[in-house]
Design a protein around this ligand. Sequence first.
Ligand SMILES: [Zn+2]
Length: 343
Amino acid sequence: MRLAIFFILTAGLLHSCKVEHNKLIESENFEFVKLGHGIYSCIHKFGGKAICNVGVVDNGNETLIFDSFLSPDVAKELLNALQEMDLSPVKYVVNSHFHNDHIRGNQVFAEDVRIISTTTTKELIEKEEPLQIAFEKEHALERFSYYDSLYQNFKGDQQSREYQQILLWRPYYEALTNSHIKVKTRLPDMYVDSIRKIDGPRRKIQLISKGAGHTESDLVLYLPDDDILFTGDLVFNKCHPYVPHGNISKWKAWLDFMNSLDVKTVMPGHGQIGTDTLIDQMKDYLLNLETMAENLANNNLPLEALDAHTVPDKYEEWWFDRFYEYNLKFAHESFTIETNKYQ
Ligand SMILES: [Zn+2]
């Protein structure tokens, strides 16, 4: 199981004076995007080691970081750059869920910074991270060497999808290769299992959990004054989400809940920032997956008949296409379990 998960998932500009809010951080790892006064997104760049997207929100008293990247080095890069900006002190780091690419920067923040997650996410990090890091110690170098040799020997078009795939996965495995040396798992110490408000003079902040979705437990960040939602991995943009750690029915309910909020801007866990249409795009993906799985089950097709070639045309351009096969098998399994309940 661990093997499967592994292979599937498989400087700032520093100035001596404070920089203005609209002076964006330059990084090879992420694109720093201003969403509003004191609200920013760090969007993973191909070739970088951020891997997940991260949000930065200043409520006028305190600054909150939503998710903390795969690489502690990238988290440190962001922290150093933020300290040169005219922002309130960083007081909170949120882990939207337990996956390594959202939590491994926790360790770079000061001791008095509270790390927030759901109770279940804290338990999952505590249980899974030692196993995951031990596994990475054993296997990541081999995967990195594979992608590194593709990278070093690539002679074709650097705009091609083939090259972009190499740029996407090489730094991921490079970061994992060092994880057993660099990562000191820092657990969350403050829990939100339904809703918590962290309001300040500039804006209201809401952390909301509705339980399982992308994983057994997910948490989102909503800014009701700004109509902005940071979704963690409950929403991906033009990337296949990884589904088998979650619950498709509950995930769809999460997306319906998001649609009940006033949202104009969505920062997904992976992929570019978009509007609330990203929520519908994700729901459509899950519905499509369910329909495919149901058809396969009703036609008694063997699971072995499923492979990466079954990615529907409309998702042809999406990244992380290797997930599709696993997602479909998981949806098939979920459908079969659900059907058997009523027989
Ligand atoms: Zn995830």
